[in-house]
Design a protein around this ligand. Structure first.
Ligand code: 5GP
Length: 177
C-alpha cells in the first residue's frame, strides 16, 4: 500500500494553490478579455488544475483534452512524444491555452506546442501549475506559471505516482525511503 503518511511532506497547501489559481484566473481573464478561449487540458495530471482554473476565469471558455505518452528511455534524447488521445476539434484560427500540471525536462511541452502550432491556431500559450526549471533538457518557458518548485518528485492535486495520490488536495513531495 502506497498511501503512507511518513513518506510524503506537504510542499504547497491547498489554500495556497487556491489563492494562486485565483491570481492566474484574473490574469488570464484580463489577457483574453473580449476573446473566446479553448483550454486544452493535458491528461491526466492536469484535470484537477483545469477544473479549478476554468471556474476562476471570467471569459467564455471551451475545453478539450489531449493525452500524450511519456517518452521511454529511447525517446528522451529525441523528445518524441506520442499522442494517445487527440483533440476532438480543430483549433485553426482559435485562441488556445494548453493547461499542464508540471514542466520538468520540457520535452513534452516542446513537442506538444510544436504539434499544436502546426494546426494554425490564432494564438497558443501555456499555463502550468508547477515548474521545475532546474530539470530542463530543452528550453521552454511557460506563459503562465503557478509555482516554481525545487527538483523533487511531487504528487497530489492531480499528479500521481503509479496512479496513486491524484486525489490529494495539496501538492506533496514524496520522500525517498
Ligand atoms: P517533461 O516532459 O517536462 O519532462 O515532463 C512532463 C510530465 O512528466 C508531466 O506532465 C508529468 O506527467 C511528469 N512529471 C514530471 N515531474 C513530475 C513530478 O514531480 N511528479 C509527477 N507526478 N509527475 C511528474
Amino acid at each position: 500500500m502506497l498511501d503512507n503518511e511518513e513518506k510524503k511532506e506537504i510542499l504547497i497547501p491547498a489554500a495556497e494553490i487556491a489563492a494562486k489559481i485565483k491570481e492566474l484566473g484574473d490574469k488570464i481573464s484580463e489577457d483574453y478579455a473580449g476573446k473566446e478561449l479553448l483550454l486544452v487540458c493535458v491528461l491526466k495530471g492536469a484535470v484537477v488544475f483545469l477544473s479549478d482554473l476554468m471556474r476562476a476565469l471570467k471569459i467564455p471558455v471551451k475545453v478539450d483534452f489531449i493525452a500524450v505518452s511519456s517518452y521511454g528511455a529511447a525517446t528522451v534524447s529525441s523528445g518524441v512524444v506520442r499522442i494517445l488521445k487527440d483533440l476532438e476539434q480543430s483549433i485553426e484560427g482559435r485562441h488556445v491555452l494548453i493547461v499542464e500540471d508540471i514542466i520538468d525536462t520540457g520535452l513534452t511541452l516542446k513537442y506538444l506546442h510544436k504539434n499544436l502550432w502546426e494546426r494554425k491556431p490564432r494564438s497558443l500559450r501555456v499555463v502550468t501549475l508547477l515548474d521545475k526549471p532546474e530539470r530542463r533538457k530543452v528550453s521552454f518557458t511557460p506563459d503562465y506559471c503557478g509555482f516554481q518548485i525545487p527538483d523533487k518528485f511531487v504528487v497530489g492535486y492531480g499528479l500521481d505516482f503509479n496512479e496513486y495520490y491524484r486525489s490529494l488536495p495539496e501538492i506533496c513531495a514524496l520522500k525517498k525511503p
